[in-house]
Design a protein around this ligand. Structure first.
Ligand code: HEM
Length: 231
């Protein structure tokens, strides 16, 4: 028989995936029917990200469930001493990440990727003149560097505050690996800007990695919350 609270958890993930996919489709349809601003179009990406992450959370839940069933009970390994601050910081980073994502999607919809040529310098300068397309692209890069630092600090926090909780530590490590790859894929994107045939793939890579990164951070937030409330 199903364990009711855990089934409720799965229903929330499945319901959220359904809701945000419908929202995504509705926004897409509205954009085709009515003229839609670039700012509104850029929110499209954030909605798809939530739908994707909900599915990721559902699959992680199912995996945990299989492991639990294998043991015939709910696992209770090292759930003690998980401070609420892990959940708080991860949620703050997720909100911040949405800002960086929004800027990236804004660049895509306004076709302003050429605003910064070169990497790590932007148009040969550490801080360029922020005119036209350069402003959002430079802000996106700056946002990416801050995000990289934030996720590394989160790993340090998880390592120091969870007394070696293996599950949280491995999700935090995966998040660091993904944020590093995300920044590197941004560099790849920039260096293929003038080759349309390759750019379509580097752009896709950038999109795939952020989907995994956002989902990984969502999973960290959910697991940290569950473990801290079981103290
Ligand atoms: C944590 C770091 C980063 C995140 C979360 C992020 C996220 C995103 C997202 C979500 C998009 C929109 C994709 C789409 O609409 O299909 C995007 C676009 C873009 N990003 Fe990033 N990005 C990051 C780092 C970087 C870096 C370091 C660079 C440059 C060196 C960069 C350059 C770009 C460019 C040029 C675009 C526009 C792509 C296009 O027009 O197709 N990104 N980014």
């Amino acid at each position: 028989m199903d364990d009711p609270p855990r089934s409720r958890e799965a229903l929330i993930y499945a319901g959220s995936a359904l809701l945000f996919t419908i929202l995504q489709a509705a926004l897409g349809a509205m954009a085709v029917i009515w003229p839609t601003s670039d700012a509104v179009l850029a929110t499209h990406f954030g909605i798809s990200l939530i739908a994707f992450s909900s599915t990721w959370l559902l699959s992680a839940w199912a995996k945990r469930r299989v492991l639990d069933n294998g043991k015939g009970s709910i696992r209770r390994t090292s759930y003690s001493r998980i401070p609420a601050s892990i959940f708080g910081w991860t949620t703050a980073i997720l909100v911040y990440c949405m800002g960086v994502v929004y800027l990236g999607a804004y660049i895509r919809h306004t076709q302003s990727a050429g605003g910064c040529i070169g990497w790590p310098l932007c148009n040969g300068e550490l801080v360029p003149e922020l005119t036209n397309a350069t402003g959002p692209v430079f802000a996106h890069r700056l946002g990416a560097v801050i995000m990289l630092i934030a996720v590394v600090l989160l790993l340090v926090l998880v390592r120091n505050k969870t007394e070696g909780n293996k599950e949280l530590l491995s999700i935090a490590k995966l998040s660091v690996a993904l944020v590093v790859t995300q920044v590197l894929s941004g560099w790849l994107l920039t260096s293929t800007l003038h080759n349309e045939d390759v750019y379509v793939f580097t752009s896709l890579l950038h999109t795939i990695i952020i989907s995994a990164l956002f989902s990984s951070l969502c999973l960290l937030a959910v697991r940290a919350k569950q473990m801290s409330s079981r103290r």
